[in-house]
Ligand binder design. Structure first.
Ligand SMILES: Nc1ncnc2c1ncn2[C@@H]1O[C@H](COP(=O)(O)OP(=O)(O)O)[C@@H](O)[C@H]1O
Ligand SMILES: [Mg+2]
Length: 371
């Protein structure tokens, strides 16, 4: 066998180019995280000690173990010699980190979702009033998309009534890399919410014409990569929020959530009529709390017809089909798991439930994606 220490070092560098930083979605070599690789002959023939110096972007980065394990694996599984990995972990110098973030930002420019050719489907979840289950629908839908294998992100755009951190059980803060924020991943979904910030960070996000500004910051200051699906939990109501969304995200499609009774559906129609003022497509209507199953019978506790009325009235007003896409049951478990920090569509292991609400949300997700 003709391996030399130099050849091993070059090969290991090449193998490390396939180790991906889970937050930034780039290889550790691209990110400049591999500061040095040294191969030194050990006692046994064809055996080498390989030292890899890794510079993480931030010290104590929560994913450092994932990265070092993968680097270890890439060294130990080398086929042409017996290598013993020694991983030395430090963090990048401030200057190096500043350069890296500047490079990433320059490449990504402002808001990544308006770049031509971006494939992300964006669904903005709206309702006329609060309490109809808009956040619960957003959270469960996001968890469903992620469980189905879509790279999924969600923005809690309801900055006054944020609830996604609680629904996903998130208690950590987003990592802040020199002003670029990493979304927090929970139950497979990349999430950002003003509820994750405290102190000065929150003050910055609340600045200015608030809704507009915070949405723009969430779009441009957070490292999203290029998700397949982005969901927005909009503030309830009929006005400003949807207009901001249409301006910042021209590809966004509105999904209107209502409950069956007229008091909810009347205002839900108005939240969809915003599409007459701004160029935004209304994708469809979701009726929540439609029925409760009791001894095999579907009880319509909140009456019926809300979803159908919203669908018909928006179809009339907008001149294209705005379908009723789902009628979701009232499920006490949905509230209970939500309070416990797990979307109800997932079982304890994070797999999509194949029964009940899991199946309803899967159908909704597939209809939204048109599959
Ligand atoms: N389908 C449902 N079955 C049972 N409880 C629900 C359902 N949808 C929502 N809830 C509960 O209703 C309350 C309001 O829901 P939430 O998602 O916070 O509404 P919104 O975001 O529209 O204000 C929460 O306690 C939630 O757990
Ligand atoms: Mg809400």
């Amino acid at each position: 066998m003709t391996v030399t220490p130099r050849k091993i070092e070059a090969d290991i560098y090449d193998r490390l180019s396939r180790v991906i930083d889970p937050e930034l979605g780039r290889s550790v070599t691209d990110l400049g995280m591999i500061a040095a690789i040294h191969a030194d002959p050990a006692v046994a023939p064809d055996a080498y000690d390989v030292t890899v110096q890794v510079e993480l972007t931030v010290e104590g980065c929560p994913l450092s173990e994932t990265i070092t394990n993968q680097i270890n694996g890439a060294v130990a599984s080398y086929p042409d010699a017996t290598l013993t990995p020694h991983i030395e972990v430090t963090s990048m110098s401030r200057d190096k980190l500043a350069d890296l973030v500047a490079d990433l930002k320059a490449e990504r420019k402002q808001n990544p979702f308006t770049k031509p050719g971006v494939k992300t489907r964006i669904f903005a979840i709206a309702s006329g009033k609060g309490g109809v289950g808009k956040s619960s629908v957003t959270a469960n839908l996001a968890a469903t998309f992620a469980a189905l294998g879509y790279d999924t992100a969600a923005i809690d755009a309801d900055i006054y009534g944020f609830s996604l951190p609680k629904l996903f059980g998130v208690r950590t803060q987003p990592t802040n890399l020199n002003g670029m924020l990493m979304p927090v991943t929970a139950w497979g979904v990349k999430l950002i919410s003003i509820g994750m910030f405290a102190g000065a960070d929150r003050a910055i996000l609340w600045r200015g014409p608030r809704l507009q500004r915070s949405l723009e910051q969430f779009l441009s200051d957070v490292w999203w990569g290029e998700p397949d699906v982005l969901l927005l939990d909009l503030a309830p109501g009929t006005g400003d929020m949807a207009i901001s969304v249409a301006q910042a995200l021209p590809n966004a499609e509105l999904v209107v959530v209502t409950t069956p009774q007229p008091s909810a559906s009347d205002v839900a129609v108005r939240s969809g009529l915003v599409a007459l003022q701004v160029p935004m497509k209304v994708r469809g209507v979701v009726e929540n709390m439609s029925w409760y199953e009791h001894k095999g019978e579907k009880l319509r506790i909140f009456g019926e017809g809300g979803g159908r009325r919203v669908s018909e009235q928006l179809t009339d007003a907008l001149g294209y089909e705005v379908p009723l896409m789902a009628q979701l049951p009232l499920e006490p478990e949905l509230r209970e798991t939500g309070e416990a920090g797990r979307p109800a569509v997932l079982d304890k292991d994070g797999a999509l439930r194949t029964d009940g609400i899991g199946r309803e949300f899967r159908t909704l997700a597939e209809r939204l994606m048109g599959v």
